[in-house]
Design a protein around this ligand. Sequence first.
Ligand code: SAM
Length: 246
Amino acid sequence: MRTPHLPLSMFLSLVACAGSEQEPASMKHHDHHDPGKHGHHHPGGHDHAHHGGVHHDFSDAAEWSKRFDDPARDAWQKPDEIVKLLAIEPGMTVVDLGAGTGYFESRLATAVGPTGKVVALDPEANMVAFMRDRFEKAGVKNVEPRTCPLDSTGLPAASADRVLIVDTWHHIEKREVYAKHLANVLKSGGSVMIVDFTMETEKGPPKELRVPPEKLVAELRAGGLEARVVDESLPDQLVVVGKKAL
Ligand SMILES: C[S@@+](CC[C@H](N)C(=O)[O-])C[C@H]1O[C@@H](n2cnc3c(N)ncnc32)[C@H](O)[C@@H]1O
């Protein structure tokens, strides 16, 4: 669905994110108020603003890849530290929710090993197609890119050991309900890890769109998970883990 004028809240969300989520360069020169010009649409096909989740156009996967997969990102994203914090064991099933262009996938695939599986979920079909192509070319066999609805992983109960959510939680609407769904998808003893921008950093979306750590913890607890902020050395982000009791 296309609208002739973008609501202000949606326009703000378009220009909202800096760091890994800043608009790709090719979009910066376009008129954000004309969605038709660069195919602006919500991944679920709805062009409307909503409460709790932040809209963004992720349809141009190749353009986003220049930013998401920029090797310079490693310096502040610290993907090896994040994967270490996940405490993944070989054979595990790890879900990457809002996987985007698949920045984390090679590391996750190595951590789960040939007997494990990485499920790379994204509601944006172009992101999923991009990942399929990328992993096929790279010969990566234990990553399954799949589309998911905006309000669900689409996965069965007790099917995941770990769920990683990087720079994506703030896009989700009704996060407490989503946390309950994640608790259902996790196996006993499994955990979900949210990585997102701190309130203080210059990177990331405007402060009013960020979720403070105590709220992240409360949202996961509302879903029935044992949640806490985790110690780490990321310069711009925080990490919150929610564990499902054994
Ligand atoms: C900023 S990107 C992060 C991509 C990846 N996690 C990374 O760190 O490179 C956010 C991703 O979340 C996806 N997304 C947006 N809304 C979502 C939702 N409700 N559920 C799951 N993913 C969502 C977008 O399509 C996009 O690929």
